[in-house]
Design a protein around this ligand. Structure first.
Ligand code: HXC
Length: 515
């Protein structure tokens, strides 16, 4: 064969492999607003940076007439490329080829690119659009998933792992994303469930649509399985690009530094955010924006457990992980979901060298039978564990209430915050003045001629004594009581002096967090 005919042969093979599942399947994909797998990769990566591997991999199945079937690329596209100038490994399942189902060779392509990512120490991005284990390939499909889950776990905390759900992902196709750091979903396109509506109908006799069972909103709002929700695939890719700018390539690096920018102080005046009535709520995101460079705050899981706010911003050009009680929702209490949400984020930041700043304003843990029976003890303990374990620089600002277990859990000195600041409006106590007065002065109140009058008097007395930052400051639990306007300056200084922080931890294989 001459070089010309050999390159003709290559071109033909490439043409065949690049056709995916064929025009009919592609048309079906497009009709429901989905891009094809290759289009998705191109849309996400920086222009002309995608390099594909294993294009000519073919499936190895023999049963059920599979040996007569050609599945281009075995239904998954893998390669490397750049996002915002950062190198990444990427795979995208091709639903037009056997429903993106995962057989032996499909899994081998994915695990190969996962191995590259871990060896090269760069982020892994998986675009998932798959009916799960390829039924015809039996145990080989299950083995393939097992190999993926193992690698997800080995890579966890070493390289960032990002999952994008862009289709009906069932069975094994959802467990790999669940093991990764960030899950992105798109309205009407993403579906995630272990067993689909058909199985549920057969086994339980319950009828439920795919959307109701595991649509994008379900996972963004109710289950918390998704971290980012968007209305279109393009919006989703823009979110991923933004995320990539905030995180480092791996756990040995720091996130990129950006030019320093002051906050937009005209819009976010930190001294005016707290309402004069301490019972009135405010949006804690305004406090975060008031201290961040350019007032840019990239929120994560904004629809799930909204009583706590988590996300990235920058101070003096450096990425910071923010955790803040949200007084707008349930007065910012800690409960099962908000503890889970915050604890996981704290561990992410700690793994990837991202300093933590915590804003505190909460009445404590949410009381109630529902919470107790849902395991608030175990879930709440996750936050204690995560903050205690974290060795990145940790700075805390108490803006208003810091009551009870909430005071301790929200990165107090006792969990080894490096610096704790309090605004003059801070109230640090075992519980709120009303509850406290009712308990400790119960006999006096009940025995009084005018109980209401005495109750009011005792509440005022208690507030004067304890509902302020000075008792805690007197014991050194607060490093400085500061005016709100000083907050950014204090935080930047705290970060500057913590930049060489190194903390020796106990020698152990690993701890046993209250999973
Ligand atoms: C083989 C599959 C497949 C699968 C889909 N296909 N899922 N082939 N194995 N798991 C094929 C279909 O046969 C069809 O092929 C093509 O993909 C498109 O599928 P449709 O059903 O036409 O598409 P749609 O109507 O959009 O429905 C998508 C779907 C549905 C919801 C994903 O296909 C479905 O329910 N699939 C099975 C999902 C499931 O139960 N998976 C769990 C597997 S067990 P043709 O040739 O007709 O175009 C599992 C266990 C792992 O994953 C556990 C690890 C912990």
């Amino acid at each position: 064969m001459s070089i010309t005919s050999k390159s003709f042969d290559l071109k033909k093979r490439m043409r065949d492999a690049l056709q995916g599942g064929g025009s009919k399947a592609i048309k079906k994909q497009k009709a429901i607003g989905k891009l094809t797998a290759r289009e998705r990769i191109i849309a996400l990566l920086d222009p002309n940076t995608f390099h594909e591997y294993d294009l000519f991999v073919e499936h190895a199945a023999k049963d059920f007439d599979m040996d007569k079937k050609y599945l281009p690329g075995d239904g998954v596209i893998t390669g490397t490329g750049m996002i915002m100038g950062h190198p990444v490994c990427i795979y995208a399942q091709d639903f037009t080829v056997a429903g993106g189902s995962l057989g032996l060779m499909h899994a081998k392509k994915i695990t190969k690119i996962m191995d590259h990512a871990l060896r090269l120490k760069i982020p892994l991005i998986g675009i998932n659009d798959s009916g799960g284990a390829r039924i015809q390939e039996g145990v080989n499909s299950l083995a393939g998933y097992g190999e993926i889950f193992y690698r997800n776990t080995q890579s966890s905390g070493v390289i960032p792992q990002i999952s994008v759900i862009l289709g009906p992902c069932a069975g094994g196709a959802v467990y790999s994303p669940a093991l990764t750091d960030f899950v992105f979903v798109v309205d009407k396109i993403s579906k995630m469930f272990i067993t689909g509506p058909e199985v549920i109908k057969t086994v339980l006799g319950e009828e439920v649509s795919m959307e109701e069972l595991g649509g994008a909103l379900v996972h963004a709002e109710i289950t918390g399985n998704a971290h980012f929700y968007s209305e279109s695939e393009q919006e989703c890719f823009d979110q991923i690009k933004q995320l990539i700018t905030f995180i480092p390539w791996n756990n040995m690096k720091k996130a990129d530094s950006f030019p320093k920018k002051p906050p937009k102080t005209r819009k976010y005046k930190i001294e005016n955010i707290l309402p004069t009535d301490p019972r009135q709520p405010y949006d804690v995101r305004d406090v975060i924006r008031a201290v961040c460079d350019d007032s840019e705050f990239f929120e994560i899981q904004d629809r799930f457990a909204a009583n706590i706010v988590i996300g990235f911003g920058r101070l003096n050009g450096e990425t910071i992980g923010f955790v803040a009680n949200q007084p707008l929702v349930l007065a910012g209490v800690l409960d099962v979901d908000s503890s889970d949400k915050a604890a996981r984020f704290v561990r992410y930041c700690d793994s990837f060298n991202i300093p933590l700043i915590t804003f505190v304003d909460l009445p404590g843990y949410l009381p109630g039978v529902d919470q107790e029976h849902s395991g608030v003890i175990r879930h709440g303990a996750k936050l204690l564990y995560a903050y205690s374990e974290a060795t990145v620089p940790k700075t805390t600002v108490i803006t208003r209430k810091a009551y009870g277990g909430g005071y301790i859990a929200m990165c107090s000195h006792h969990l080894r915050a490096d610096f704790v600041f309090a605004w003059p409006t801070a109230e640090i106590a075992v519980m709120g003045p009303e509850g406290a007065a009712n308990i400790i002065f119960r006999k006096e109140i009940m025995g009084a001629k005018n109980p209401d009058e005495v109750r009011k008097q005792k509440i005022t007395e208690y507030k004067k004594k304890f509902a302020n930052p000075y008792v805690a400051a007197a014991y050194g639990y607060i490093d400085a009581v500061i005016e709100p306007e000083e907050t950014r300056k204090r935080l930047i200084h705290a970060l500057e002096v913590s930049s060489n922080k190194s903390q020796i931890t106990q020698k152990k294989k690993h701890g046993i967090p209250p999973f």
